[in-house]
Design a protein around this ligand. Sequence first.
Ligand SMILES: [Mg+2]
Length: 162
Amino acid sequence: MALSVVVFDVGETLVDEATTYERWEVEGATEFVFAERDLHADALPCFAALRSRGLRLGAAGNMYAHHEDFLRPHVDFVGSSERWGVEKPDPGFFAHLVEEAGAPAEEILYVGDRVDNDVVPALGAGLHAIRVRRGAHADVESPAGIVTIDSLDELAEAIARA
Ligand SMILES: [Mg+2]
């Protein structure tokens, strides 16, 4: 893959949703906003590994626009279905993503946990895609030919292999 940009889905891919929802319940949260502590432990080290390889980074998912804020310090651009007015798996979501990335679709890798919402529509939009198999949809099998990893610790190597 001759990549220049790697874009991450947010829910389950970067954010540990089960732990986050539990925290909100325990704390009796009235404002539901993701924070840096909700990131999976492998997220920030993965960003660093990819940056050291000269890649630009983005994060974009089906989420409220206010969830963009905690990601902004860590990546070059962020996007949300609420701000863009279109949700995955709609091709329009990936059109916004390509525009924000400022690179041709074939230079962009989208990393997500879902086959139906992330990998398949990203490939359909002409991007590369890798699946990280975890979270609520971990039991879904990846179709043949889909590069699948169990942790973002494996991502840099998976890119090099692909
Ligand atoms: Mg997700």
